[in-house]
Design a protein around this ligand. Structure first.
Ligand code: ZN
Length: 174
């Protein structure tokens, strides 16, 4: 297992639509394990394969560990291949951040209850009914697989200000 580098905007993989996974081979299994380790190391509550530079339909989430009580926290990652969001209900607004969009937060309104299907690492079908933070994290990660980040949820104005900041930063770093 290894911690991978998390790519940040404007990296091309973040705006790329992820490809369906047809074979769960060693490459996919290793990537999934690395993503789990990378997520805990960050720390974050979820990660999509696009964020480590591989545009394939694979996400990992664990909404309890990163900010849980240190004494009783247990790692319990959910690994989902080819996730598909079905039924959605309700809606609420919450401020989101993203490991691939440093120093940026934006209020996003999303369904509060979702049903998600996919397969696990052994190829068994998965069906998850989620609400609250888990529903939000899953939708955020599925967004990544569509080539969308929280930047795309921001207003044009807010997005442009951030992009200008990035450019300035890039010039400084040179
Ligand atoms: Zn993200």
């Amino acid at each position: 297992m290894a911690v991978r580098e998390i790519v940040v905007v404007p990296h091309g993989a973040l705006s790329q639509e992820a490809e369906e996974i047809e074979n769960i081979d060693d490459h996919v299994r290793n990537l999934a394990r690395d993503m789990v380790e990378t997520m805990y190391k960050a720390p974050g509550i979820g990660l999509a394969a696009n964020q480590v530079g591989e545009a394939i339909k694979l996400i990992v989430v664990d909404v309890d560990y990163a900010y849980g009580d240190p004494k009783e926290k247990k790692k319990n990652p959910i690994i989902i291949i080819n996730p598909e969001i079905g039924l959605c209900e309700g809606g609420d607004t919450f401020e989101e951040g993203c490991l691939s969009v440093p120093e940026f937060n934006v209020d996003i309104t999303r369904p509060s209850c979702i049903q998600l299907t996919g397969v696990d690492l052994d190829g068994n079908p998965l069906k998850i009914e989620a609400e609250g933070l888990l529903a939000r994290a899953l939708q955020h990660e599925v967004d990544h697989l569509r080539g969308t980040t929280i930047l795309d949820h921001a207003s044009v104005l807010k997005r442009n200000i951030y992009r200008r900041r990035l450019k300035k930063q890039a010039r400084k770093d040179r």
